[in-house]
Design a protein around this ligand. Structure first.
Ligand SMILES: NC(=O)c1ccc[n+]([C@@H]2O[C@H](COP(=O)([O-])OP(=O)(O)OC[C@H]3O[C@@H](n4cnc5c(N)ncnc54)[C@H](OP(=O)(O)O)[C@@H]3O)[C@@H](O)[C@H]2O)c1
Length: 324
């Protein structure tokens, strides 16, 4: 019997339950995956809490890697034994699952299952933020939140390779050290320091071209106040809660600013978009531009503890849940 982490109600990490599940044969367009490693992402917390509502009961989790062990009708391009991963499909905290084949990416030999589970969702997010939301140019000063975290550590490394001057916000001195190792030129201990004041000090008063803000409610205004004229605020996460409603009128006196609220779902919605991002991401890994940092692993059955640690800001880099 195969097992998965399922929720029957929204709430704290206690609602996550390790349960036996039935997984049948794949239907048209589907494959069955024997999963080896699942990614831990903050979206898993939002879905468990009900901040991003999902239909219940549900196997949670959005990202995993593993081996194709059965192929349904009308599937082309995948065969039994292929090593694959996917970044954004509910039902990932499972030893075995069914999934639409068109959401899968084949893994290069040089990328292990654990690495793929650590980097697909977070790395594809870093990709679209840096190349599509605000295309970073050499010399741009940029602001990255949670710079020692999962997405943040990849954002900082990749931005540095693009020639950016990277300012990273971090929750502790230990995290500041990691952020500097990830390419941050400057760090801000934003639990104590005033973000716009520090940003202006690091940029000769000008401000940053873009703020990649994953913290949300607590930092929205500080991000706006850290931008240069015509700067972009990409508010892409809610670790501190959802951003409060605001009037666009405030953007004019602060320098004709832009605010966007992007999601990876749109940026991988078509096969072409998913392939473009995955090709660039695996290329950056193979070229040594991105070092995948799996700083925590847990047994999949212990997903509740992993989520508690993520919420308590105890994790750095990526966390992988081991399914076998
Ligand atoms: N929109 C998208 O497409 C998309 C895709 C992927 C991820 N995201 C977002 O990106 C963010 C990072 O995701 P991740 O999985 O890589 O997580 P993570 O950054 O590894 O962990 C979250 C970090 O946020 C910081 N944080 C600040 N305030 C916090 C609070 N009140 N509670 C908890 N953490 C707080 C902490 O770092 P410090 O201690 O350094 O502050 C914490 O380590 C999340 O907000 C996620 O929703 C968005």
């Amino acid at each position: 019997m195969t097992h998965a982490i399922r929720i029957h109600s929204f709430g704290g990490a206690d609602v996550l339950r390790w349960e036996a599940v039935e997984v049948g044969a794949p239907g048209p367009g589907q494959v069955r995956l024997r999963q080896t490693a699942c990614g831990l992402n903050y979206i898993d917390v939002y879905q468990r809490e009900g901040l991003y509502p999902i239909e219940l009961p549900a196997v949670v989790g959005m990202e995993a890697a593993g081996i194709v062990d059965a192929v349904g009708p009308d599937v082309s391009g995948f065969a039994v034994g292929d090593r694959v991963a996917y970044p954004m499909t509910l039902g990932a905290y499972a030893q075995t699952r069914l999934i639409a084949a068109d959401r899968l990416v084949r893994l290069p030999e040089t990328v292990s299952d654990r690495q793929a589970a650590a980097v697909m969702l977070k790395g594809l997010t870093a990709h679209y933020l840096l190349f599509r939301t605000y295309p970073v140019k050499p010399g741009d000063a940029i602001l990255v939140y949670a710079a020692a975290g999962g997405v943040g550590s990849l954002l900082c490394q990749w931005a540095k390779h693009l020639g950016a001057r990277v300012i990273g916000c971090v929750g502790s001195e230990e995290k500041a050290e990691l952020a500097r190792a990830n390419g941050c030129d400057h760090t801000i201990l934003y639990r104590d320091e005033d973000i716009p004041t520090r940003v202006r000090a690091f940029t000769d008063g000008e401000g940053v071209a873009v703020a990649y803000d994953s913290v949300g409610k607590a930092t929205f205004m500080a991000s706006l106040d850290s931008l240069r004229p015509f700067g972009v605020l990409a508010t892409y996460g809610n670790a501190s809660g959802k951003v409060e409603p605001f009037s666009p009128a405030i953007l004019a006196p602060k320098g004709s600013l832009y605010v966007t609220r992007p999601t990876l779902a749109t940026h991988i919605a078509t096969r072409a978009l998913l392939d473009e991002g995955a090709t660039r991401l695996f290329g950056a890994i193979v070229d040594g531009k991105l070092h995948i940092q799996i700083n925590q692993t847990y047994a999949l059955a212990d997903a509740a503890q992993a989520q508690r640690d993520l919420e308590a800001r105890k994790t750095t880099g990526s966390t992988v849940l081991l399914a076998e």
